[in-house]
Design a protein around this ligand. Structure first.
Ligand SMILES: [Zn+2]
Length: 475
């Protein structure tokens, strides 16, 4: 891979590759329909209540029937009203962090709480189902009365709900309370310039591994992130960060992204094609997805590329090379680039251990020099795109571990890097108006962000060239 555009260690490079956060971008209409509506005041006050058991204030008339579960008056408050004997100071609150091997049954029995109490809690239905599969490190809050009787249990039911089950001793019932957290998706942006790999550039731009994979997933139909990528390629991403009650929780989805690969400029924007079903489209409504992904190996595992015009390392002759080679460590998983059926799985002359997949219509892909064919991969087996079919090796005529990959259309070899691939259907004419409306803002933001980055990048480039032509290093 050439590293001529951006020399390592130059200050200009540092500037252009540094993470750029523009803070919150205002993008109306980008919230997932699946997201909970924020109920800021309610959730905040209720959440606060749950943290301080027994000090809640009465929020409804004492005689009002408890109607809505999610916004019901705090049962703790209700209990206080109905049972003056249970004052806050009468409750013992214990914060328990789930340790390896912990089950709720064990947590309860260790505290001499009966199995039947736990059973009654667990029979509260879906909201408490989480209790049965708590993970190590999760927290629950258990409150008991001074004489050791169960009073309440609290935990995070899911990302957007705090769940509390309170014993109403007077009525002999359990009261289930679900408190909705304020979940908010804030758009933020990042920008990166590639010096040697997308993976490193994304890290420098502050993108998590998960987001980097998502970015590669969006453009992986058009760009081979091993062989297509060049120093100076760059990207701008607008993605969501999910906040819960005002605190960062996790990264969300990529809303829009631009990738400059050599002279190609590719844009992608997220759009709902159904209920909770999203796809990425180019601004003119073409689906980014294609029948094949470009790279048959995880781009993060590849360090360098082979020279396709090399002398054959074993035969020492210049052979027509009808595929592309990916140098990778022995054992690196190889994935099917498209759905299909195994046509060949076995040793095949100079190809060594080889798998050939027959795809719908006119396509065939070939993967050679494997150290091992994945278990279950036999002639006739159906495979899915992305499924591991084998592992990189150097069987057959190979001087070092690598994957040799071929792509054939109607039996004719094509360059896998440049072959035109069949795409998923574009948006229907009738959807285009809605698509334009839904994506206009975020695509506008992408343009603005990108322009700013390009100006910085060009300035940095000029500075670099000027200083190198004067034979001095940048100040
Ligand atoms: Zn090869």
């Amino acid at each position: 891979m050439t590293l001529t555009l951006l020399g390592a260690g130059s200050e200009a490079t540092e500037d252009t590759t540094s993470e750029v956060r523009v803070g919150t971008i205002s993008l109306p209409g980008q919230r997932d329909p699946g997201d909970s509506k924020p109920h800021l005041e309610t959730a905040a006050s209720l959440t606060k209540n749950t943290r301080v058991v027994g000090t809640t204030e009465q929020t409804t008339q004492p005689d009002s029937p408890s109607s809505s579960a999610s916004v019901a008056p705090s049962p703790a408050a209700a209990a206080t009203l109905k049972q003056p004997s249970v004052e806050p100071t009468d409750l013992v609150e214990e914060h328990i962090t789930i340790a390896p091997g912990d089950t709720m049954a064990r947590v309860f029995s260790r505290r001499d709480l009966s199995a039947s109490t736990l059973h009654r809690i667990m029979s509260q239905g879906d909201p408490v189902a989480r209790l049965a599969r708590l993970r190590v490190g999760e927290d629950i809050v258990l409150s008991r009365t001074q004489d050791g009787q169960f009073h309440a249990i609290e935990f995070e039911g899911d990302e957007s709900h705090h769940v509390r089950v309170v014993n109403d001793a007077e009525n002999g019932t359990l009261v289930l309370d679900r408190i909705e957290h304020a979940i908010e998706a804030r758009p933020v942006s990042a920008h990166g310039v590639i010096r040697d790999s997308l993976y490193l550039a994304a890290q420098e731009a502050g993108l998590s591994d998960g987001l980097t994979l998502k970015l590669a997933g969006i453009f992986g139909w058009d760009i081979d992130f091993v062989l297509d990528i060049r120093a100076g390629d760059r990207f701008t991403v607008i993605y969501e960060q999910i906040y819960r009650n005002g605190e960062y929780l996790r990264d969300g989805e990529i809303l829009a992204a631009r990738f400059i690969n050599r002279d190609r400029e590719l844009d992608a924007v997220r759009f709902a094609v159904g209920d909770n079903e999203y796809d990425y489209f180019s601004p003119d409504g073409r689906n980014m997805r294609k029948a094949f992904i470009r790279t048959p190996v995880d781009f993060r595992r590849i360090s360098s590329q082979f020279n396709p015009n090399r002398l054959h390392p074993v035969l020492k002759t210049r052979r027509p090379h009808r595929g592309v080679d990916y140098a990778a460590n022995t054992g690196t998983p190889i994935q099917a680039t498209g759905d299909g059926r195994i046509k060949l799985a076995g040793t095949h002359g100079g190809y060594g251990r080889t798998v050939v997949i027959e795809h719908a219509g006119r396509y065939e892909t070939l993967y050679a020099h494997m150290s091992r064919i994945a278990s279950g991969i036999r002639v006739g087996t159906r495979v899915r795109q992305g499924q591991t079919i084998g592992y990189v090796g150097m069987t057959g005529l190979a001087s070092g571990p690598h994957l040799h990959y071929e792509f054939r259309v109607d039996g004719v070899h094509k360059n896998p890097l440049t072959v035109d691939l069949p795409a998923a259907p574009p948006l229907a004419e009738a959807q285009l108006a809605a698509f334009d409306t839904a994506t206009r803002d975020v695509l506008g933001q992408l343009d603005i962000l990108h322009l700013g980055q390009e100006m910085q990048w060009r300035l940095a480039e000029q500075t670099r060239q000027r200083s190198s032509s004067m034979g001095t290093s940048p100040p």
